[in-house]
Design a protein around this ligand. Sequence first.
Ligand SMILES: Cc1cc2nc3c(=O)[nH]c(=O)nc-3n(C[C@H](O)[C@H](O)[C@H](O)COP(=O)(O)OP(=O)(O)OC[C@H]3O[C@@H](n4cnc5c(N)ncnc54)[C@H](O)[C@@H]3O)c2cc1C
Length: 432
Amino acid sequence: MPVAEQNFWLTTVAIPRTAPSRPLPENADVAVIGAGFTGLSAARTLARGGANVAVLEAETIGWGASSRNGGMVLTGLKLGVIKLISLYGRERTQRMYAASLATIDCVEQLVSDERIDCDFARSGHLEVACKQKHFDDYARQTDLIAREFNHQLRIVPRHELPFEIGSSLYYGGMVDEVSAGLNPARYVAGLAVAAMKAGAAIFENTRVLKIEREARQGTQGWRVATSRGALWARDLFVGSSGYTGSATPALRKKLIPIGSYIITTEILPEALARELSPRNRMIYDSKNYLYYYRLTPDHRMLFGGRAAFFPETEDSIRQSAEILKRGMIDVYPQLRDVRVEFVWGGTLDFAFDIMPHAGQMGGIYYAVGYAGHGVAMATWQGQQMAKMIAGEKTENPFVGIPFPGAPLGLYNGKPWFLPFAGAWYKFLDWVS
Ligand SMILES: Cc1cc2nc3c(=O)[nH]c(=O)nc-3n(C[C@H](O)[C@H](O)[C@H](O)COP(=O)(O)OP(=O)(O)OC[C@H]3O[C@@H](n4cnc5c(N)ncnc54)[C@H](O)[C@@H]3O)c2cc1C
């Protein structure tokens, strides 16, 4: 059977659909761009607070990274804590780390309040060391995290790794029991239902084309031109992540869209699944050009990585199936004769400093820059930014940090440098 170029998660759920003929409203309190975790989470919170919300989605609900990801609900940020402290100081880093823990509680609470059937489980995550020096660094990190952030991670020496992973490739690991896993397509579908139940209106196949300032009856706001007509909104919130386009050019210039790809195998026998991941962890390795992998709830191996750096195309998806299968067999030779059934890709967003960013730019609210760490953070940022838009005081340590653009300004939103970046990361993995 050939590999299906299709997102496995979408075979497990019917994503809600909205009526295509429904006209856009003339006005909204808040227009939200993007129906992924960020936009839907914000829309739900805003609508629950009584706002009249229109979510504008160029494609369909959850079409972006939110239905395509690995479903890893991870603590921490993409940058390590030592780097974070050097950039932002202890106090702000403590608040950022606390926020990263709060993001997991936020998802758990939302799933429970809205009874979203998405296999949420606090199975913990495991980072595995590809080199001895990476493992040695885990001790420094765990000490620092315990001391500065009062959060316990557990070091797993090499001889204890078989209790965590059925692979002999690694030098040791580091476990965080607080992280979780879920089925992202079911989660984003549930989030959309929750947003609609709260009163938000979602408009699919409605691409925002142009945004202009326009006052109405003395109130400052925005004229939002879309592929299905225009509406006026008092506030505008952008949650378009790696798919941010020409409608928000200032934001687009701050983000690098990067492709990430995933394969899933056929359903594995129970004993083999348990051997590969005895504690059902969310696993990723210590490289820059990393692999991330986990069992799906029905016991397939889901194996992902940056097989190509460019955002997904039919060619890159096809090539990724081969590249990722080779990577998976390096980690798990036991899977040599197992069939790969699905391959797909998606685009995530990196800021130039690899940090999440939120706040206002030219009067437009936004939350972006999750760098592959967005399942929990996007949900949380949506909620936080909704509160900010509603005028509530919020504690969001990612608002107000510097949001750098490209060095020398050499970037207009088209990532011409990605092949070089890919080669650079491979080089870094070789030397560091
Ligand atoms: C393959 C892959 C694996 C990943 N694995 C993980 C993981 O295991 N754990 C983790 O934490 N994170 C992971 N991520 C990252 C995570 O999925 C994202 O950070 C998160 O989904 C971002 O959500 P979002 O709502 O901000 O953006 P998206 O879900 O990407 O949604 C943005 C939406 O905006 C819409 N849009 C864009 N422009 C316009 C416009 N002009 N008008 C209207 N709509 C527009 C798009 O159509 C899109 O649907 C992964 C990402 C990928 C691609």
